[in-house]
Design a protein around this ligand. Structure first.
Ligand SMILES: [Cu+2]
Length: 67
């Protein structure tokens, strides 16, 4: 499954690196690709719990998705 998350607090490449690192710890998240200009992160995940967990981890890190 795929989801493009909108994350308004993404401001630079370092934000994406932090996000990739944080999401790397989430079971069931298989792929992450970010876009600084669009302030989005595409994730591929294997179950709904992984998406919920990804949202929670992002919010905790200061990158709360708006969708
Ligand atoms: Cu940044």
């Amino acid at each position: 499954m795929k989801k493009t998350l909108s994350i308004p607090t993404i401001s630079c490449g370092h934000c994406l690196m932090s996000i990739k690192r944080e999401l790397g710890f989430v079971d069931g998240v298989d792929y992450i690709d970010g876009n600084v200009d669009a302030k989005t992160v595409l994730i591929e995940y294997s179950n709904d719990a992984a998406l919920d967990q990804a949202r929670a981890v992002l919010a905790e890190a200061g990158y709360a998705p708006t969708n």
